[in-house]
Design a protein around this ligand. Structure first.
Ligand code: NDP
Length: 299
């Protein structure tokens, strides 16, 4: 039982690898760096896909890296690191003489335009309206396998993944710890989110459940705003959250095109995951934030 994970060394990939190991799977990561359980992308191309039951696509340059300016070169990096890696996996699957049973590929809720009124489910038609939606559409397109490949396909449109050791929480931890964290104005923007253990579990669910196919919104069932997240996180950290971060500061620091991830949001419903009977371990923001805060105490 082997699962090949493109980008398996990352925040979500590490959580998924740990979960799969516990369940008795073997994991092979595809990485830019060679390593004991890694193969590099070139090797995938010239040697082909290692025999496996499932393939997962999770690679991607960290879009919210505060050290990187939002230049055309960096945007290209953000694009290629998702679209090209996913397409390499799809090509390797199509060429493999022994096919995996399932290909799970991640994408983002940025495929839906930010809105304070619209409610999005997997049935909502998508169209390119900005950089993030164009990227997500191309990314999902790169994952498409020809039907004759006979491989089940699942696309997970992930919300912001919350966990102590990666993504947004890792960047917010220190300001909140020192009591200078706060909501991002206006605060009323939706924050589609999911706890790290749940996105890993949803990937495992997609691998193991033969009925699951097509798009699933990878978000928690509780819809929250940025202000709701801030209060829950501050409460879990026993800190105040008084100082709002103005939108213009984030636009300036990140460039407004990507600052959108924080300054705007979408109301996303995990309709299909719930219909399939997926059970969340952290369905509400209070329990997820408590876990994010508590983990730190363990170290
Ligand atoms: P990480 O930032 O942890 O990166 C995942 C892996 O991608 C890295 O370990 C790295 O593997 C590989 N990678 C990074 N840069 C490049 C590059 N320039 N070219 C090729 N590979 C690269 O991501 P997460 O685990 O947080 O997220 C995984 C995927 O899920 C990403 O595509 C992300 O866009 C998507 N997603 C994440 C969300 C989140 O909140 N975390 C929300 C929605 C979607 P290595 O160094 O081994 O090559």
């Amino acid at each position: 039982n082997t699962v090949v994970i493109g980008g398996g060394t990352g925040f979500i990939g590490r959580a998924l690898g740990t979960l799969l190991h516990k369940k008795g799977y073997q994991v092979i990561n595809i990485s830019r760096m060679p390593g004991p359980m890694n193969i590099v992308w070139d090797e995938l191309e010239y040697r082909g896909l290692p025999p496996s039951t499932a393939v997962v696509s999770l690679a991607g340059q960290n879009i919210l890296d505060p050290k990187r300016r939002w230049t055309p070169g960096f945007k290209q990096n953000v694009w290629n690191s998702r679209v090209n890696t996913t397409s390499s996996l799809a090509k390797a699957i199509a060429k493999a003489p022994e096919k995996p049973k399932v290909f799970v590929s991640i994408s983002g809720v940025g495929i839906y335009p930010p809105s304070s009124t619209a409610e999005y489910t997997e049935d909502t038609p998508t169209q390119p309206t900005d950089f993030l939606s164009e990227l997500a559409i191309a990314w999902e397109g790169a994952a498409k396998l020809p039907p004759e490949a006979g491989v089940r396909q699942v696309i997970l449109r992930s919300g912001v993944v919350l966990g102590r050791f990666g993504g947004m929480v890792q960047q917010l931890y220190l300001p909140f710890f020192f009591g200078v964290g706060g909501p991002i104005s206006p605060g009323t923007q939706y924050l589609p989110w999911i706890y790290i253990d749940d996105i890993a579990k949803m990937i495992q669910f997609s691998i193991e459940n033969e009925k699951v196919s097509g798009v699933l919104n990878g978000v928690a069932p509780q819809v929250i705003t940025n202000k709701d997240f801030t209060s829950a996180f501050a409460k879990a950290m026993w800190r105040p959250a008084l100082i709002p971060v103005p939108k213009f500061a984030l636009d300036l620091a990140f460039g407004s095109e990507r600052a959108k991830i924080m300054t705007e949001g979408q109301k996303v419903i995990p309709k299909r995951a719930l219909e399939y009977g997926f059970k969340y371990d952290y369905p509400d923001i209070d329990s997820a934030c408590r876990k994010c805060a508590r983990l730190f105490d363990d170290f």
